[in-house]
Each structure stands twice: as C-alpha cells, then as structure tokens.
Design a protein around this ligand. Structure first.
Ligand code: ADP
Ligand code: MG
Length: 686
C-alpha cells in the first residue's frame, strides 16, 4: 500500500527530514496528506502597505530594503527589517532575535511575504513578530498567487519546505486515497470525493471549494466516530442480558418521604424498561445538581436486588461514597437490603471483610470508590453497575467494573450537564435520559461576587444566616499541586474563620483525614452540631445537607466553571433561600467572565456551553482517557450540523448492515479497525 510507505521515500524528504517530520507525528506517506494546514493565506491579492489599518491582521508582499538592530538601555535587542511594496514601507520587528538582522541583510532586494497584526502610528507601519517567508516566484508557484496553506511546523523545517513536501506527496499519493464513505451517503450529503477534498484542503482552488473540502473531511471524522458508537450500542443491545421485572414504584412509595417529580418518574420508567428487556441496559442519566439522581439509582438497585442480583455503586470520592452509603442504608435497611462500603481508606481487615461479603453474595449492594476496580474484588452474581458522577471516570473504568459481572445492567449518572453535541460525541454509545426538573419548592440560588477586600462582609452574612438556624460551607482556595498543601489551606482557613467568627461552631473536612473522621464530621454537620463546614473542594460532588444555605468560595477565580457550579449545587437543596458568595479579585479576563456567568445564571446547561466555549472540548473533558477522540479539523461546537448528519447516517448504516459486511462497507470496516482497533474492545466487523 503506497500510503503506508515510510515518509522518507517521498521526494524531498530523506532520512534527516523524516526524523524531523516524525516529531509532528508524520511517519507514513499517508500521514502527510492528513497533516492539515492550521490556516490559509489568500495570496492572490495582497494588502497594500500604504492602505493597512491599525489593528488588522494582514499579509503583505514586499522587497527587503534593509535591516537594522538596536539595543535598548535595558539590553533588549530589537531588529527591524524594512519592506517596501511601492505603496509604502513597513517595518518587521523582532525582539531578542539578533540573528534576524543577518538573515534579512542577506535577503536585500528579495521579496518576502509577512503576516501579522498591523500597528500603524505616526512612525509608520509595523508588524511585530510576523510570520514570514521568502517567496519563490516562478511558474505554477505554490507560494504565491493562490490561497496558500500555512502548516504547523517544528524546528528544522520551514513553511516553504513543508509546502513543497506536501505538494509532492499529494501528486504521488492522492490518487491512492480510498473512499471510506459509501457513495450513497456522499451523494445524499453532497460530499466531494476524498482525493479532491484532500487536494483542496491543502491547495484550495477557491475559498468556496476550501470550505467544501473542509466540510467533507469534518464529516468523515464525525462519521467514523458515530459509526463506531453505533456499533458499540448495537453490540450492547445484542448481548444477552437478563430480564429483571419488579414493580418498583409501589416499593418506592413506601420508603420515600416525598413524591417523585415527573422527571424522576419518567426516567425511572425508562430504566425499568431497559432492565425488563432481555438486553443489558446502558443508560446515562443526566441531571443538574440537586435534581435527585440518587433516587433513580435507588430504583434500579431495588429492581436488581429484588430479582436476586448484586449491585455495585461507584463514586469518585470517599466522602460521596460514604454519603451514598448513609442515605441508601437509611432507605434500604427497613427492606432488608444488605449494604457494604468499600473505600481505600478502610483498614486492611475491614477491606478484606467487605470483599468476602461481596464474593460470597452476603451483600446485595456494595458502595465504593476506585477500590471497587481492584483485581480481587469479585462478585457472586453482579447484575447492576452504577457509576455516579461519570465525568470523573474514564470509559476504561466503566468497562472494568462492567467486566466483574456477566453483561450486567449499566447505569451512569452525571451532573455535568453535557451539551448535546458533546454527549453525542462522547456518550454516543449510551442511551440518555435527562432529569430536567428540580424537586418542588427549590428557589434558585442567589450568587454574589465580592472582591477580596469585602471578605469580612461575606462572613458577616454567613453569621446572620447561621443565627437564623441555617448552616454554611466555606471552601478554601484550590491548590492543585498536592493533597497535603490542599489540606493545609483548609486548616488555615478554618483557623482564620475561628478568629473571625468566634461564636460559630466550625468543622473541618479535607482529603487527608481518615474515613472515620470524615464520616464523623459529615454526621455532625448533618445533625447541625456544626454550623460552618470549612472544606477543601472535595465537597464539590454530591454532598447533600438541605439546611445549608450559604456556600462561600475563597479565591473563586481559581476554579473552573463546572467546579463552581457543582460547589454552588451544595446549597439550594431545601426550602430556604440559598446564597453563593464568590470571593475573588481575578486577574484575567477569562476568570472575570467565568465569575460573571456564575452570577448571571443557575442553568447548568448554559454554564456547560459557556465552559465549553471558554475552554474548548479537550480541556472541558480533562484528558484523552475520557474517550474524547482526536478530531483534527472538526469543531464540536461550530460543526454541530455536520455532526448530526453524520450521526444520522452512522446509525442508519449499522441498522442496515450491523457488522459492516456489505461490499460497499468493506473499506469503512477496515478504516474503523485501523483507527480505533487498539482503543476499543474488539468488534465483530468486516
Ligand atoms: P443529585 O441529582 O445532585 O445527585 P440528590 O439525589 O442528591 O441529587 O438529591 C438532592 C436532594 O433532593 C436530596 O436531599 C434528595 O433527598 C432530595 N430529593 C430528591 N428527589 C426529591 C423529590 N422528588 N422531592 C423532594 N426532594 C427530593
Ligand atoms: Mg448525586
């Protein structure tokens, strides 16, 4: 296969360049074709220097007149090259790159293209730290008179060289590209052939065809992903599961102190239906903080236990696991359901006992943290797996827990209100239920942002609320470097506040405490023996004390939006008006915007969209382990429409040809194996 040839055999590459290219992840000839430009420059018409406007981004073409350097009294070297295009002259400026003077002196009389942000003042026109290249004129020039690709580079290779190499690779290999998208779909969506799309993305013949090429390639990225997700979903559905049937609503009615919301009722019905059908459930429950997801978990647990199966509930932190343990024990104990806690902080002896109970089937429900994933945790007959706050775990962990049973039912829950598009991209293999309603009587939390200088005011507000019989949280600044420093920060805040609020009962909670101690503190807080709980950001997830009405977050600008929203979700859970006070004197615009968003809205979905917009999808989801695929061109925010088309087509293909065995899907099956083979469980395709 030509595209598989090592890149060193391409014209203009060779051993040395091959090593440089490998730093960009380019190993094979085919990789070059998919090394996409990071932007394009329209060099069919250049801006005239004389007409440049201050602040605009522009590309200019001119002759090098001269280059000079100066040194400021502070020792900064400034090099300025003078470029002339007849309409005027412009200075190209570099700082502390003295060698630029020599380079430009050598270019005297030659033409260069430069790109950057224009500064225009009474001294003239200037571009600081421009991107630039010497132009090579000639017939059929790659570098002038057309829309020119600008590539991501690495040291040792120039823009011009890269352009030539890729051009050569295109000449040689573009005809070898195979069409992965079935022609039926290409026609339906009006997508250009792959070889044309690849050519046009590198060397567009017009702006229009560039955008069409991009659409085709974005579609392909999404399409492959959606096909694999559809395959996985199909596969789950074909697996033989069990048929679990139990009238859960009448049992819930007996034990719940409140009525289910309509949304909860609907979602529980969906869950019960999944469990009744003979295939394993794979469902994601999405619901904003406080929407009552725990009850849905409870319903699933009841069904499984009543049908004679064990359940595992995994939470991301010990505190949350312990809380689930307390809440669910209270509800399930009267029904005779046996529950075990298994977290890392238990003593070895306690852990061994817990594992024994699970293995021998002496427990119906085990609640724990990552500790549940350990090799020696074995079940007698695991029938249901629940993962709370799914966004904290990766796909791999989900699969690991799942493998402890034989095709168990799987329920994952998340409070991170994932924008729909992202959900399709990342959780496309799960069915999704949304709890889009809060329990009655909840009032939106009022959020204030106060500068550090008004910190005292914030705590006098806390004191007032406590006087009224309410409780409060204070979260110490976020320190990412170490758990230990984080614990110290909480201790420091607690002792600060003890001085500031001598009449208030203060408790402390951090990750370095033993599970027993943490449990003790949480219990005291629940029983109102503590008024103000000072904590590290660990309480971010899940904690539920309805009498708490104030959440104070110190140095709130250090937190991400999702975290802030989660923290705020700890209050506003009861009948009382609740407040969130963000103490922050932010330095960056981005931090200011985050705080502003918090003040403006309580809507988890809007916050997630903003978060995604501010941070971009990669960071939004943490790392690759969350299963977010590598999308080179596609942008999951801007390209939603294409994503949705790809989703529709991907699902349809799997509907028609569940194992991709039709001749017209042969290449698709091959490509999917290539692309995803090592990251997914083996699929029966092709
Ligand atoms: P989350 O979705 O954030 O996990 P929880 O399950 O912890 O939310 O529920 C939040 C709070 O709302 C808990 O105190 C819970 O008892 C209460 N709750 C849940 N469902 C209802 C309901 N239908 N009516 C009243 N309160 C409810
Ligand atoms: Mg929860």
């Amino acid at each position: 296969m030509m595209l598989e040839n090592p890149v060193r055999f391409i014209k203009g590459v060779g051993e040395k360049r091959a090593r440089i290219l490998s730093k960009l992840g380019i190993e094979k000839a085919g990789d070059l074709l998919f090394h996409f430009p990071r932007r394009w420059e329209d060099r069919r018409h250049f801006k005239k220097i004389g007409e440049l406007v201050d602040g605009e981004k522009a590309t200019i073409l001119g002759k090098v007149v001269d280059a000079e350097s100066t040194i400021t009294p502070r020792g900064l070297v400034i090099v300025k090259a003078v470029i002339d295009d007849i309409s005027g002259v412009a200075y190209l400026t570099w700082f502390n790159q003295p060698y630029m003077k020599k380079r430009f002196k050598a270019l005297k009389g030659k033409k260069v293209v430069a790109y950057g942000t224009v500064k225009r003042n009474r001294w003239g026109v200037e571009i600081e730290n421009p991107e630039w290249e010497e132009v090579e004129e000639g017939e059929n020039s790659l570098h002038l008179g057309r829309i020119v690709p600008i590539y991501p580079l690495t040291e040792g290779i120039s823009q011009i060289q890269m352009r030539k190499i890729i051009y050569n690779a295109l000449e040689q290999f573009a005809p070898c590209l195979e069409e992965v998208i079935p022609s039926r779909i290409r026609e339906k969506r009006g997508l250009m052939p792959i070889y044309q799309a690849i050519r046009e993305i590198h060397f567009p013949s017009s702006a229009r065809s560039l955008s069409e090429a991009r659409r085709r390639l974005v579609y392909e990225e999404f399409f492959l992903l959606q096909v694999i997700l559809a395959l996985r979903q199909k596969e789950y559905k074909e697996e033989k599961g069990r048929s679990l049937e139990f009238d859960v609503f009448s049992e819930l009615e007996k034990i719940l102190p409140f009525k289910l919301t309509n949304a909860q009722r609907r979602v529980i019905e969906e869950v019960a239906r999944d469990m009744r059908e003979g295939h394993p459930m794979n469902r994601l429950i999405q619901g904003d903080v406080g929407s009552g997801k725990t009850i849905v978990a409870l319903a699933a647990i009841l069904i499984a236990v009543r049908c004679g199966y064990q359940c595992a509930l995994m939470a991301p932190t010990e505190i949350l696991a312990e809380q689930h343990f307390i809440v669910l024990s209270n509800l399930l104990f009267p029904l005779g359901v046996k529950i075990t806690l298994l977290v890392g902080g238990l003593s070895q002896k306690e852990k061994n006992l817990a594992k024994k109970l699970v293995a021998e089937g002496e427990t119906d429900l085990v609640i724990g943290t990552h500790a549940l994933l350990e090799e020696d945790v074995e079940f007698k007959n695991l029938g249901l797996v629940i993962i709370d706050e799914q966004h904290r775990f990766g796909v791999i962990q989900r699969a690991k827990l799942r493998q402890k049973g034989i095709n168990p039912e799987v329920l994952v829950m998340t409070a991170t209100p994932i924008p729909r598009t992202l959900a399709l991209t990342v959780y496309g293999d799960l069915d999704v239920s949304v709890i889009d309603e809060l329990p009655p009587g909840r009032q939106p939390v009022k959020t204030f942002w106060v500068p550090k200088s008004r910190r005292k005011w914030a705590y006098s507000f806390v004191r007032e609320e406590i006087k009224k019989g309410r409780q409060a949280y204070a979260v110490c600044p976020l320190i990412e470097e170490s758990e230990k420093l984080q614990a110290e920060a909480a201790e420091k805040l607690a002792s600060d506040l003890a001085h500031l609020l001598p009449d208030v009962k203060i408790g402390l909670l951090h990750g370095q405490m033993r599970p027993k101690e943490k449990e003790e503190v949480m219990n005291q807080f629940r029983e109102r023996k503590i008024d103000l709980l000072v904590s590290t950001p660990v309480i971010e997830v899940g904690i539920d004390v309805p009498n708490a009405t104030v959440m104070v977050i110190e140095d709130a600008d250090r937190f991400g939006l999702a975290q802030l929203h989660q923290l705020r979700g700890r209050v506003g859970r009861g009948e009382y008006q609740s407040y969130c006070i963000l103490i922050a004197t932010p330095r960056t615009e981005e931090a200011k915007r985050r705080l502003q968003v918090m003040v403006e809205t309580n809507d988890g979905f809007r916050i997630a969209e903003e978060d995604l917009a501010i941070r971009g999808p990669g960071e939004f989801f943490g790392t690759r382990q969350h299963g977010l695929p590598d999308l080179k061109l596609a942008n999951i925010i801007k390209d939603v429409k294409i994503l949705e088309e790809a989703r529709e087509d991907g699902m349809q293909i799997i509907e028609i040809d569940p194992h991709l065995r039709l001749p017209e899907h042969r290449l698709l099956a091959k490509k999917i194996k290539e692309r995803f083979g090592d990251t997914i469980e083996m699929l029966d395709i092709g």
